[in-house]
Ligand binder design. Sequence first.
Ligand code: GDP
Length: 425
Amino acid sequence: MVNAVVGANWGDEGKGKVTDLLADQSDVVIRFQGGSNAGHTIINNYGRFALHQLPSGVFHSHITNIIGNGVALNVDNLANEYNELVERGVPAPKLLVSERTQIVMPYHILFDCYEEERLGKNSFGSTKSGIAPFYSDKYAKIGFQVSELLGDLDELRAKVARVLEVKNATLRTLYNKPELTVDEIMETLLKWREIVKPYAADTFEFIHEALKQNKKILLEGQLGSLRDPDLGIYPMVTSSSTLAGYGTVGAGVPAGSIEKIYTVTKAYSSAVGAGAFVSEFFGDEAEELRKRGGDKGEYGATTGRPRRMGWFDCVATRYGCMAQGTTDVVLTCLDVLSYLDEIPVCVGYEIDGEVTTKFPVTAKLNKAKPVLEKLPGWKCDIKGIKTYNELPENARKYVEFIESKIDHPITMVSNGPSRDSIIYR
Ligand code: GDP
C-alpha cells in the first residue's frame, strides 16, 4: 500500500510533521523529488530537526528511508545531516539511495549563484542549492547518476571532461568567472563515491518486493502544488514536479498504487521566494503572524529568510488539492490563529473587475486582488485539545468553512508543532 504526503500551496505547510506522524505506521518512506533546497521541521523526543535531504522517516528505526530516483542528491548535505542525527542521539537510520538518483554537481551550485547574480532584480529568489541547473542538466541528458559515480572511473572522468567543455564555455563567456578543471571535479566525486557507496541500492526492486509483501510505503513531497513546473505559478516554480502523481515516477512505484494522498495546508498562508501570492498582507499585522507562526516563527528552514505572510487562500488551496488528487486534507497551525478577533479568508480573486474561484494562469494571477471574508476568532488557546468537538465553536466553524470552500475533506487538524498535537475528524 502506498500513501503520499504532499503540500497544497507554496511549501512550508507542515508536511514534515505530518510525515513524521504517518511514518509511524509505515515500513518505507521515500523522497521522490526536489533536493536540499527546502526544509522540513520535525519536533520529536530527540529534539528539533530541520531535514533537507533525508526522508522524514529517519527517526524511526523500523523504517527504510529511500532517496528516490527523482531527487536531486547533494552528497555533502546527506552526509552532514546523517551524521548530525547520529551525534544527537538518533539511532543510525536505515537509508537507501537509488542507483538512478542523480547528483547535484559542484558546478550546479555555482551556476545557480552566478545566474541569480546575473539576473539581478529579475532573479527567482533561488535558495542557490543548484536545483534548477541540476534538473536542466538531467533533462539535457548530461547529469550524473549514482550508478555512474560508483562505476568505471575512466568513463566517469571522460564524461566530466565532456560536460566541462560546455560549462567552462559558459563560465568564460557569460559569467566571466574562473573555469573548472577535470581534476578538481574528480577529486570531489571520488570523495562522494565513498560516502554514497554504503547506501546505493537497486531501490526499484526493493520497493516492488516490499509492495508484494504488503508493506506500507509513504511518499514524501517537498514544496507544494503551486511550485509545480506544470500546474504551478510558472516560472516562479521549482524545477521538479511537486505532485503526488509524479511520486510514482520519482520513487518508481506503479502508477495506480497510491491509495491515500494527504495534502497538507496551513490555516493561514506563507511563501518563500518570489511569485504571485494573492492573499499576502504586510506591515505590523504580517509581522505579528510571522512571529507567532509555526513553532519558532515563519522563517525559512533552509535560508532563515522571513516568509511572506497571507490569509488562508481558498482559491489556491482548492486548486492545489485538485492538482494533488487529494483524498485527505491536513490543516495545520490552527493554534497559531487563536490571538485574532477576526480572521480574514480569501474566498475569491477579482481579476479585471470579475470575481472567480478558479485558480488562473500566471498572467491573470498577477492581476488578481483577494476577495476577503472575515470569520470570527475563538480567542483562546487550543493547544493540547485532543478531540474535534472540544475545539471552540468558532474554531470548528473556521475549519468547516474552509472545507466547504476547498471542496476536499479535512480529516486531520494540527493544533501544535509536536507529533501528538493532532486531532482526527
Ligand atoms: P514543511 O516544509 O511543509 O515540512 O513545513 P516547515 O516545517 O518548513 O514549516 C512548518 C512549521 O510549522 C514548522 O516550524 C513546524 O514545526 C510548524 N508546525 C507544524 N504543524 C504545526 C501546528 O499545528 N502548529 C504550530 N504552531 N506549528 C506547527
